[in-house]
Design a binder for this molecule. Structure first.
Ligand code: FHN
Length: 481
């Protein structure tokens, strides 16, 4: 067999290298795909607006719109899905739903009283639906007729809410559904050239509405996106990326979660390189991460319903209704894992918050009045979780909080601190005179002995700790096994 001439060999090798590069053109040096529309930042935002968001701890979600009128019931039949989805149900004709605009006249709506409820509850931010999937706008958008302006109520709902919540010292984030069932140009998927033309119009409409919201309500802190999962939208990487840039330019500091846009491969939340897109992870809907590893160092918030899955007002308040203690435990767990907890409220068609939700808000507020220090401006404490509850830490300090939800019959709460850390002082939050003398078990491991095991409510023990280099904590010899 004839040997291949060196020049031909070099040519073949060069061709092979080129070919490999060509077929892997999206791969760059560090093994990551080269993306134009993936994450534009790796790691958390470090600016003041995001630090403020991170410190909120507790938030409120409000789902309000036309769906509050039927409240999950049509012609005596109950729709058992989430009430704000009733338009998608065969049991309710679409024209009947769409004509609810002619009946939206919430005589009892009082933005000030909603804000007062939220303030007493202790929330630091609220997320309000400006437009849910049904397309009905609670602000008088000039880009569609399907707005509050054409309802009997006529007046803008968003402006008084933004003003009232701000007056109460609560930050506002606006919820916006991209999916819009009322807009004839909305498509789930682009299958034909005609779909494509319609969807181009829809994209313009969406951009107009978003810029309109940011211009009308310039004091809001962020936008909370929803309805972004359909193929039509996940294929708009360049458009959505451009729009996000435009919105951020118009509104410096704007906070946008991971639901807004997909990368060029249609990947949502996390891009094709597994980097978070947006400022915080928005995938924790009605679920909470199990451990700190699940949050990958990202900011995140959990949005939670009181019944299993009802966001809008539902006449049937059914299924398991979470108790205040259950919800407080979720709040504690979220903050202990570096997240915020956002509890949903669905006012009725008249504009009233139902009594069950008011009661939960009140009880939460009563608990927060005593224990808020363990929630606001707190973070993951870096400690092993114990069965009695959750640890949080005042951000950037050595002040640790034990949020106790399950009191053991022994009354002994185990605490394991990092090496070279000792407890200077332990006391009950809200009752500083009630102090505890930790009993050392091992180096950096101690028991806090409760004075009673007959607790009626979750409570908090504060640990003022210090790092010591003198090795003053007791160490016992390890078992030889
Ligand atoms: O479909 C909606 C639902 O109605 C509700 O608005 C929740 C809130 O997070 N988001 C959607 C589902 O992810």
């Amino acid at each position: 067999m004839k040997s291949i001439k060196p020049i031909i060999l070099i040519f073949l090798i060069t061709l092979l290298i080129h070919q490999t590069r060509y077929t892997q053109q999206t791969v760059i040096n560090n093994g990551e795909a080269m993306l134009k529309h993936g994450a534009h930042r790796i790691g958390r935002r470090t600016d003041a607006d995001m630090a403020r968001w991170r410190a909120y701890g507790l938030g409120q979600f409000i789902h309000w719109g036309l769906y509050a009128i039927p409240g999950g019931e049509w012609n005596g039949k109950i729709y058992h899905g989430a009430s704000e989805w009733i338009r998608s149900w065969d049991g309710m004709p679409k024209p009947a739903y769409d004509s609810l605009i002619n009946h939206f006249n919430p005589a009892k709506f009082d933005a000030g009283s909603w804000a007062a409820t939220a303030k007493q509850m202790g929330v630091k931010y609220v997320t309000i639906t400006t437009k849910h999937h049904d397309g009905f706008c609670l602000w008088p958008s000039q880009y569609t007729k399907y707005t509050i302006a054409n309802s009997p109520y006529k007046k803008d709902i968003i402006k008084p809410l933004v003003d009232a919540y701000h007056k109460a010292g609560i930050d506002v984030i606006l919820y916006f559904s991209i999916m819009d069932w009322n807009n004839p140009d909305w498509r789930y998927e682009i299958k034909t050239p005609a779909d494509s033309i319609a969807f181009e119009r829809f994209k313009k409409f969406t951009r107009n509405q978003l810029l309109e919201l940011l211009t009308r309500y310039p004091s809001i802190k962020g936008l909370w996106f929803d309805g972004t999962w359909d193929k039509s939208w996940t294929k708009q990487a360049a458009f959505a990326d451009g729009l996000e840039t435009e919105m951020r330019k118009l509104h410096p500091g704007l906070i946008i979660g991971s639901r807004f846009r997909a990368d060029e491969n249609g990947k949502r939340h996390f891009d094709s390189n597994r980097h978070l897109m947006g400022d915080y992870e928005q995938g924790w809907e009605r679920k909470i991460p199990a451990t700190i590893n699940d949050v990958h160092g990202n900011d995140w918030d959990c949005v939670m319903t009181i019944p299993e899955n009802q966001w809008g007002y539902s006449k049937a308040w059914e299924g398991h209704i979470k108790t205040t203690d259950e919800l407080l435990e979720m709040l504690a767990k979220c903050v202990s894992l570096d997240g915020n907890f956002v509890l949903n409220f669905g006012p009725d068609g008249e504009g009233s918050i139902r009594k069950e939700e008011l009661a939960i808000a009140k009880e939460t507020g009563n608990w927060m009045a005593v224990n808020h220090e363990a929630i606001y401006n707190c973070e993951y404490a870096g400690l092993d979780t114990q069965n009695w509850g959750y640890f949080t830490r005042q951000t950037g300090t050595d002040k640790i909080y034990m949020l106790v939800f399950n009191v053991p019959v022994s009354g002994a709460l185990r605490v394991k601190l990092p090496a070279q850390t000792s407890i200077l002082k332990a006391y009950r939050l809200g009752q500083e005179e009630q102090t505890f003398m930790p009993e050392a078990i091992q180096a950096n491991e101690s028991f806090i002995h409760l004075k009673t095991t007959n607790e009626k409510q979750p409570f908090v023990i504060v640990l003022e700790t210090t790092k010591s280099t003198d090795g003053n904590s007791k160490t016992y010899e390890k078992a030889k096994t």
